[in-house]
Design a protein around this ligand. Structure first.
Ligand SMILES: Nc1ncnc2c1ncn2[C@@H]1O[C@H](COP(=O)(O)OP(=O)(O)O)[C@@H](O)[C@H]1O
Ligand SMILES: [Mg+2]
Length: 367
């Protein structure tokens, strides 16, 4: 394997633009062959981090090591990386094969070898028959595949991708996500992938680094991120949640005067209870969806404000004592409609203790 395929270690990375810290002390480890996604809102520093890894931007402080070797002063073409951007930056007047061959020409790869590698890369992205087609005669999805083939044709150890699918429509984007998964499995290349789309990140990644305001908030597997978010930002960015103020005193968690059993015991202090819309259920024999028995569950009474039919699911908004509004979502199945509650109904919401997540209350109030 090539040098760039070795583990990546980022330490204390800082990049300032004037008074703004686009990156504010980033630490990151990526294992060889891992698919790691940088997930965060627009402006959180994802592209800046990728550009520094690629060598197109210099950090103000910090270190990047590929396989233990410091890279900060190494120029981009010596880092053994393939890069795919949101804008494909292909040569529109050239044919597909010539575009894909470009990095090989730059590296002085001999003709016969070039032809062989271009064909292999085009086969990997399922464009084997289109080598002679001009790029400006391709669809968006096909162009994206050409950009991908060009990034992998010289067998880089690391593939960096910045929102590569964001220009595609939903169906094609989902199809390309599955293809990227397959490609990653076949090539075994280390991938660092940038997106602001939580579902895309969950679909693609071995691990996800959630970034906000230039800092990594949590790095974990998709399942751990969703089921054990480290803080309010992560719990809010991934998933559809409401948050309730909870106080833990003498080891007992309470919302208002009501006792709550959390998934994991926590130290005394101020917390937010994370109410995921798909984890909430309607309990008891009041009007409900799949009305369930509540012993052993956490329950909270609520008044239904709105019920919205959304085809695959039904969404209920309900108000709790004290005014907090929560959302509950349930798959719409045959026979359920007769049991949907109506606005104004009092229902008992239920939550399995295993799904009862607490995150530390932020020191600044939640907006
Ligand atoms: N060349 C630049 N000059 C000034 N500010 C920049 C520059 N590049 C990025 N920034 C700022 O740094 C922050 C992070 O940007 P970026 O890394 O592009 O975020 P993301 O890719 O997560 O949307 C943003 O506030 C952005 O405006
Ligand atoms: Mg960006």
């Amino acid at each position: 394997m090539t040098a760039g395929a070795l583990p990546i270690a980022v330490r204390g990375l800082v990049r300032r633009y004037g008074r703004l810290a686009a990156l504010d002390g980033v630490d990151l480890d990526v294992a060889q062959g891992e698919f790691l996604t940088l997930l965060g809102p627009s402006g959180s520093g994802k592209t800046t981090l990728l550009m520094i890894l690629a060598g197109f931007t210099r950090p103000d402080a910090g270190s990047i090591r590929f396989g233990g070797v410091e890279m900060v002063r190494t120029p981009p073409h010596k880092r053994n990386l393939g890069v795919v951007f949101q804008s494909y930056a292909l040569f529109p007047h050239m044919d597909v094969a010539a575009n894909v061959a470009f990095p090989l020409a730059l590296r002085g790869v001999a003709d016969a070898e070039r032809v062989r590698r271009v064909q292999a890369a085009l086969e990997l992205v399922q464009l084997a028959d289109l080598g002679g087609r001009r790029v400006d005669q391709l669809s968006g999805g096909q162009r994206q595949r050409v950009a991908l083939a060009r990034a992998i044709v010289f067998e880089p150890g690391i593939l960096l991708m910045d929102e590569p699918l964001s220009a595609l429509d939903k169906k094609l984007r989902e199809q390309m996500q599955i293809e990227l998964r397959h490609l990653h499995r076949r090539l075994g290349t280390t991938v660092i992938y940038v997106t602001h789309d939580q579902r895309e990140a969950l679909t693609l990644s071995d691990r996800i680094a959630v970034i906000d305001r230039g800092r990594v908030q949590q790095i974990d597997t998709p399942q751990r991120l969703y089921e054990a978010p480290a803080n309010h930002f992560v719990a809010d960015f991934i998933g559809d949640s409401a948050f309730l103020d909870v106080t833990v005193a003498d080891g007992v968690a309470r919302w208002r005067d009501q006792t709550i059993t959390p998934a994991r015991p926590v130290a005394d202090g101020a917390y937010l209870l994370v109410l995921r819309s798909e984890k909430l259920m309607v309990g008891g024999n009041a009007p409900g969806l799949n009305t369930i028995d509540t012993p052993g569950l956490n329950t909270i009474d609520a008044d239904v404000i709105e019920i919205v039919y959304q085809g695959d699911s039904v969404r209920i908004d309900a108000r709790l004592a004290g005014g907090d509004v929560v959302t509950l979502r349930e798959l719409a199945r045959a026979g359920h409609a007769a049991r949907w509650p109506s606005p104004g109904d009092r229902v008992r919401l239920a939550l399995d203790p295993a799904d009862t997540l607490l995150v530390p209350a932020p020191t600044v109030p939640v907006p």
